[in-house]
Design a protein around this ligand. Structure first.
Ligand code: FEO
Length: 397
């Protein structure tokens, strides 16, 4: 792997193709990388570390770049253990290294690893700078992108931003490190899934961070996950800007749960009617079969959502209740919502989804709800078709 980003900035991260669920929740069909970087100068800085399981590889990567030299600074942009996990071991190999972080960083590092004590740290605040000799570093606090302690480090000499999770994506690196040296097709969907699932709740804070960085000339963005951005900087910044504003493309995501196929048939009819009325982008997800990270990704992408499920134990069908909670937990906004459902003897799902929307999601309702008793009747078929047309009409406005 070519690790040189510039003559003095090197990639020393690792790929994780073992883990099946990131944070124990999100599938990793293409793996994930934990990125870490070395800045070589009069002083040597290590920017973030990697998950501890990969420490032997990580240490080898570092030694291949710095040889017998010592690490002077360990910059901790973000304490989540996928990035700080190796810090206690790194301190054993490089005991003189000073840990650079902010007040909140050290509280967390102490709790996790018992490192980052007085005499061993350099505490920085918004706008503080640090000289490595030739390279000048400037620190910007970006709380909640993705944790409260998160900051980014700008190498003003190299026009390079070490951005933490920001601009990151799922997907291990297959050979190359910099975007211009690889095919990036797999990363765009994985960036949307990463953003919507991991950072999606914090749109306001991402917008604040983007404002702080507006106008800064950048040749490289070195995130903690995924490729180093160089050729596609404009595209990734624009994607993060758009996603954090909850902007959406015209399109419909039909999410349904179905025990015996009746709600599924209604979902198919709504999708078909929307298609006939001109909607090109339609995605269907079975909330029981599909990991919700892919559903959340598509809901962050498209403007209209249709949610349908049966009543179960007098409540919303559990996987749909879970999806609703996941959407509320991401502060989803500016979407159109349509609702349908089924029951055998007591209809609860439709009214409970509507109540949940009124209380938590507050999305604009489109069309009349459809409620199917036992199986589709001629009347409810027509209602499904009408609902699909109403969604198409709303999207076309
Ligand atoms: Fe990749 Fe928030 O850690």
């Amino acid at each position: 792997m070519k690790t040189e980003i510039t003559s003095s900035i090197h990639y020393v991260g690792v790929n994780d193709r073992h883990k099946t669920l990131f944070e124990g929740l999100w599938p990793l069909p293409y793996g994930v990388s934990y990125n870490s970087y070395i800045i070589l100068d009069d002083k040597i800085a290590l920017v973030d570390t990697v998950e501890v399981d990969f420490f032997p590889q990580f240490l080898d990567n570092i030694r291949r770049v710095i040889g017998d030299r010592q690490i002077d600074y360990i910059i901790v942009n973000h304490v989540e253990p996928d990035h700080s996990g190796s810090i206690a071991l790194i301190k054993k190999y490089y005991p003189e290294a000073v840990i650079v972080g902010n007040k909140k960083t050290f509280d967390m590092l102490g709790g996790y690893y018992g490192v980052g004590k007085a005499g061993d740290i350099l505490e920085v605040k918004q706008g503080d700078t640090l000289s490595l000799g030739h390279h000048e570093l400037a620190f910007t606090m970006v709380p909640m992108v993705h944790w409260p302690e998160t900051m980014v480090t700008l190498d003003t000499t190299a026009a390079t931003l070490f951005s933490g999770d920001a601009f990151g994506c799922f997907g291990a690196l297959s050979g190359a490190v910099i975007d211009e040296d690889m095919c990036c097709d797999v990363f765009w969907d994985e960036m949307r899934r990463y953003y919507s699932n991991i950072v999606g709740k914090y749109g306001v804070q991402v917008q604040q961070a983007l404002k702080k960085l507006a106008g800064v000339k950048l040749d490289y963005i070195c995130s903690t996950h995924g490729p180093v951005w160089h050729k596609h900087i404009e595209r990734v910044v624009s994607m993060y800007d758009s996603m954090s504003r909850y902007e959406a493309e015209p399109g419909l995501v039909v999410c349904y749960g179905s025990m015996y196929g009746n709600t599924e048939r209604a979902a198919e009819m709504i999708a078909a009617a929307a298609s006939e009325a001109g909607v090109k982008n339609i995605v269907m997800h079975d909330v029981s079969r599909e990991n919700h990270s892919f559903i959340i990704r598509d809901i962050f992408r498209y403007k209209a959502i249709a949610l349908g499920a049966p009543t179960y134990n007098n409540e919303i069908y559990p996987p749909m209740a879970s999806l609703l909670s996941e959407l509320a937990g991401r502060n989803l906004k500016d979407r159109f919502l349509s609702v349908f459902g089924s029951f055998t003897w007591a209809g609860q799902t439709v009214k409970k989804i509507l109540a949940y929307n009124e209380e938590k999601l507050k999305l604009e309702l489109v069309g009349n709800t459809v409620e199917i008793k036992q199986s589709l009747s001629e009347e409810t078929r027509q209602q499904c078709e009408q609902l699909g047309k109403e969604i198409a009409k709303k999207l076309a406005e």
